[in-house]
Design a protein around this ligand. Structure first.
Ligand SMILES: CC(C)(COP(=O)(O)OP(=O)(O)OC[C@H]1O[C@@H](n2cnc3c(N)ncnc32)[C@H](O)[C@@H]1OP(=O)(O)O)[C@@H](O)C(=O)NCCC(=O)NCCS
Length: 270
């Protein structure tokens, strides 16, 4: 008997995607949901039972079971869940909505693609990426491992996303730009220049809300092997005056702080 294990009960749309894929391709005899929140165990989502925690994967047979990481709210949480799931050595399932054309797209097995996504030819997608409803991935784009592209986001031609990039709903990235690893682009933002690793940018055009760094040790940004607090980083307090900010470590950081302060002022005035 073949089984698909869906990890993360909070993602109802992901559960629906698995059902739709199975209706069209008849790939698994049964689908079960796992979640590490004991209060959810025994409940059903779309008729599928949440049978227990991720540790139940140790009972699964890699020859007849596949697993999907449905944790998608932030890329850091997603990686944290991935690291837990990987301990069990099961193959990851590819979940691609049957309506999506993947012709000319390069990807490895672990990919989740929802309804109405448009992939252009020669896009290259690394493992663990999620592309949500209605997003567009332009031709020649590259998505590093574990990226999440939220509904309606548009990645124009040849854009390069580093590992763990999170693009919010309807975000737009102009052609040929690079978004560094573990950066976040806020919903409805328009990115017109490269985004530094670990930065959060928002607005039209996008400006820095939380500075990143091309030289910082990214271990502090990506989820480490053991992640005690997989919460998203909090932004620098928007009400801080520049004079109260710590002494900038470099001219580049001073520039970023100034941009942030200008953005906050214009945002408050608006
Ligand atoms: C960018 C983002 C990650 C920041 O989250 P956060 O770090 O928790 O930041 P906050 O919500 O505290 O917001 C900080 C400030 O930026 C503003 N802001 C947040 N997101 C913004 C956005 N997308 N565009 C413009 N301004 C935004 C807030 O209003 C706030 O302003 P204030 O300090 O003047 O009050 C988040 O707002 C976002 O856009 N996430 C994407 C969500 C999404 O698309 N999910 C898809 C679900 S499928």
């Amino acid at each position: 008997m073949t089984t698909l294990y869906l990890c993360g009960a909070g993602n109802v749309e992901g559960i629906r995607l698995a059902l739709v894929v199975n209706q069209s391709q008849n790939r698994w005899d049964q689908i079960v949901i796992l979640d590490d929140d004991p209060s959810k165990h025994g409940r059903k989502v779309l008729g599928i039972e949440i049978v227990g925690p991720f540790t139940l994967l140790n009972q699964a047979d890699p020859a007849s079971a596949e697993v999907v990481n449905l944790v998608t709210r932030t890329t850091r949480r997603r990686k944290f869940a991935l690291q837990k799931i990987q301990l069990y050595g099961l193959p990851f399932a590819t979940l691609i909505h049957p309506s999506v054309d993947m012709t000319g797209v390069e990807f490895n097995g672990d990919l989740t693609v929802y309804q109405n996504v448009s992939f252009c030819a020669a896009a290259r997608i690394e493992g663990g990426c999620v592309v949500l409803t209605g997003a567009v991935v332009g031709h020649g784009c590259y998505m590093g491992p574990g990226c999440v592209v939220a509904p309606g986001a548009v990645i124009n031609a040849r854009v390069d996303l580093g590992e763990g990039v999170y693009l919010g709903t309807n975000a737009s990235i102009l052609p040929d730009l690079k978004v560094g690893p573990w950066a976040t682009v806020g919903a409805n933002s328009s990115v017109i220049q490269n985004v530094e690793s670990g930065a959060t940018v928002i607005g039209v055009p996008a400006q820095v809300l939380i500075p990143g760094s091309s030289t910082a040790n990214l271990e502090g940004v990506a989820v480490p092997a053991v992640c005690p607090t997989p919460e998203p980083a909090k932004p620098i307090n928007g009400s801080m005056k520049l004079s109260t900010l710590p002494e900038p470590a470099s001219p580049a950081l001073a520039k970023l702080q100034l941009a942030q302060q200008r953005f906050t002022q214009s945002h408050r005035a608006a």
